[in-house]
Design a protein around this ligand. Structure first.
Ligand code: C5P
Length: 417
């Protein structure tokens, strides 16, 4: 039977550990399955096994230098990252996991991990105490969250170790690694179907988009919110295993039928829908809507006629309810409350003040003064603010931002309870 790995371009990363010798067998098995393999070794890996062995087995030169003058235009890492259809790191050392989790890119392999958009398989191997260390476990779970659907963890086997210890930390057998990678292609796991189900069984309620407050039957007060950020979040919460309900203001966006959608127009309607959601039982509430702060005191039943005598007119406005603050005030401490703060200056200090005032667990601050991000754009750049943390997310697609926000919300929520 032909392997699902036939003609697949596999980038095999090897890091420093005694199990590096098993990577030679792994390389041979990938080649046997019909894959093309390019090997990247860390400096440590080369102490355990020579590049020449891997070169002979893969039939390709082994790469290890980050700045390789011979590689295409000196940008070998980007070229390699684009070439790879899947990345397998085996063995992955504790140091490698820590570096990748920290977003470091100080050698070719870690740089590739940042640059690739391909599915990633990580097969850790290390001493059992290093594996059991909470820092290693935290790195793994955070990686699992941030890489989401792209990461498949191939956990180590348990047994006798090279150092004489007995316990978990032995590299998964090369045949099993290949079988796992083959099987995930069979199951089509590289489509968006496999989420890391960190929020399985949780109910997430979100508000998204603007609200529309009528002045008369033809006019209204609203804002530029497109709802894109809220809808991207809804998708990512769903991908993380949650049941998702979106309370949407008037937006020109569709969402999958797997998301429950409640359409509303006004802040009052949004508040009522949010309370109904709360009564239904929720675990996480995210206020991503740009709720109008004020609405006309009276909505005229007939169209207001232009008064040619008057050069000015005024509309009396009254304050709208604050949906997010009202939800937080309901006092259910088990519900994780997340807000957004669109600011044009002093972005983070204002956001932190809002976090405290509205009694939230997290606020996502964005600077709406920049023209190329925010409101109607497909991109965003935000700072995640919690009681004890600030995390800057550089400009990227709203979908990518949403994935990172969901990962942080999941850590916060799961640590609560
Ligand atoms: O106070 P400010 O409007 O800047 O706060 C923004 C956050 O509060 C957002 O998460 C927004 O969804 C929420 N909000 C709300 N109801 C309002 C105003 C803001 O839910 N009336």
């Amino acid at each position: 039977m032909s392997s699902t790995l036939r003609a697949k371009k596999v980038l095999l990363g090897i890091t420093g550990g005694i199990a590096a010798y098993k990577a030679a067998e792994l390389c041979r098995l990938f080649i046997k399955a019909g894959a093309r393999v390019q090997v990247v070794m860390s400096a440590g890996a080369q102490e355990f096994i020579t590049p020449l062995t891997l070169q002979a087995l893969s039939g390709e030169p082994v790469r290890h230098a980050l700045l390789d003058a011979e590689a295409e235009a000196g940008m070998g890492h980007i070229e390699l990252a684009k070439w790879a259809e899947l990345v397998v790191v085996a063995p992955a050392s504790a140091n490698f996991l820590a570096k990748v989790n920290a977003g470091m890119a100080d050698d070719l392999l870690t740089t590739l991990l940042l640059a690739t958009e391909a599915p990633i398989y990580i097969a850790p191997a290390m001493n059992q105490a290093m594996w059991a260390n909470p820092v290693t476990q935290r790195n793994l779970s955070e990686l699992d969250l941030t890489l989401g659907t792209r990461l498949t963890l191939l956990p180590p086997d348990s047994g006798e170790q090279a150092c004489g210890d007995i316990g978990p930390g032995r590299l998964m057998e090369p045949v099993d690694i290949v079988a796992n990678v083959e099987a995930s292609f069979v199951r089509g796991l590289h489509a968006q179907t496999k989420g890391t189900q960190v929020l399985a069984g949780k109910h997430v309620l979100l508000t998204a988009g603007p609200t529309q407050e009528s002045i008369d039957p033809v006019r209204y007060i609203s804002n530029h919110s497109s709802g894109k950020m809220g809808f991207a979040l809804a998708e990512e919460f769903y991908a993380a295993g949650a049941r998702v309900t979106v309370i949407a203001g008037p937006v020109a966006l569709n969402c999958g039928s797997y998301i429950t959608r409640v359409d509303v127009l006004t802040a009052d309607e949004m508040l009522r829908a949010a309370y109904a959601g709360l009564a239904d039982g929720i675990d996480i509430f995210v206020g991503a809507a740009a709720v109008a702060d004020y609405r006309p005191a009276n909505t005229e039943p007939q169209k207001i006629k232009k008064n040619s005598q008057a050069q000015a007119m005024s509309i009396e406005l009254v304050e709208n309810p604050d949906v997010l603050a009202s939800m937080a005030k309901q006092g259910n401490k088990a519900v994780t409350m997340v807000g957004f703060a669109a600011e044009t200056k002093n972005v983070v200090p204002y956001a932190r003040a809002k976090l405290e005032k509205k009694n939230l667990d997290m606020i996502v601050a964005n600077d709406v003064s920049a023209e190329d991000i925010g409101f109607n754009s497909d991109d965003n750049a935000v700072t995640i603010v919690t009681a004890n943390k600030e995390m800057v997310l550089a400009k990227q697609s709203k979908q990518a931002i949403a994935k990172l926000i969901v990962a942080e919300v999941a850590i916060l929520h799961n640590n609560k309870g």
